[in-house]
Design a protein around this ligand. Structure first.
Ligand code: ZN
Length: 257
């Protein structure tokens, strides 16, 4: 069964058919989903979904683009959510310099603060990092992220940076972009990274794989990513599914479930 390590089924794009869609997963070979929060509100919604569906787990955290909502009170809300036994990670947190706001210093401050929560709660982190490779690596090193562990999701950097992340014990999250024609850099990352360090993810409703690029994404399209990964690695699609699911269970601490 496929493990979708990063999805946003709380998104309003699923409002019309969420229940029917989620109900179709088991028969389509989708075994587990981690629904990831990006704000206080969506972290709460992720936990609601995780309580309603056995196969869904939640992550609680505030995305770098949303950190202006953070203060000590909202940090305490995240800490409380992390104590819920359906919460398996802190995320998504990190740095996103694609847009000028929020200013980098503010993003860094709350990235570090949320890394501290993960350390304290003994949960892995889901790192979102866009156009911010150097600062992300510097913070991961200075904060000893190797003691926390987790995934750099929707990985978009070079194979050299992927190797550094793997050396720190991190997993690399791979989604629909792998199927895009111009994804040479990402294919290099998948080729070079040991499959024991790769995770499957959708980031849905965003980043649908070919042939659905631009459409609403869902876990049902992950077999296209599996196929692309199997081709690069020269192994069967079943092997890709088995190993990446093991990886996800190990990272999220679900092996005993
Ligand atoms: Zn996401």
């Amino acid at each position: 069964m496929i493990f979708d390590t990063h999805a946003h089924y709380d998104d309003e794009q699923f409002d019309t058919d969420r229940e029917a869609l989620l109900a179709s997963f088991i028969s389509a070979g989708i075994g587990n989903v981690v629904n990831v929060g990006a704000s206080i509100d969506t972290s709460e919604k992720a936990l609601e979904l995780a309580h309603r569906y056995d196969f869904i787990y939640a992550a609680a955290g505030v995305h770098p683009s949303e950190v202006t909502e953070l203060n000590e009170d909202s940090i305490r809300q995240i800490e409380t959510m992390c104590d819920d036994d359906r919460c398996v990670a802190v995320g998504e947190i990190g740095l996103d310099y694609h847009w000028p706001e929020p200013e980098p210093d503010l993003q860094k401050k709350w990235f570090i603060r949320q890394l501290d929560i993960a350390r304290e709660k003994k949960l892995p982190v889901i790192i979102h990092s866009r156009d911010a490779a150097a600062d992300t690596m510097n913070i991961m090193k200075s904060e000893h992220a190797e003691e926390i562990g987790g995934v750099v999701h929707c990985f978009s950097y070079s194979k050299e940076i992927a190797a550094e992340c793997v050396k720190m014990g991190f997993y690399i999250g791979i989604g629909g972009v792998l199927t895009f024609k111009n994804a040479r850099k990402m294919r290099e990352v998948v080729d070079q990274t040991p499959i024991e360090k790769l995770l499957l993810e959708t980031d849905c409703p965003y980043l649908a794989p070919e042939p659905y690029r631009g459409k609403r994404n869902s876990s049902l399209y992950l077999p296209y990513v599996v196929k692309a990964m199997a081709d690069i690695k020269g192994i069967s699609e079943d092997e890709v599914i088995r190993i990446t699911t093991d990886n996800a269970q190990r990272m999220y601490g679900l092996s005993e479930h």
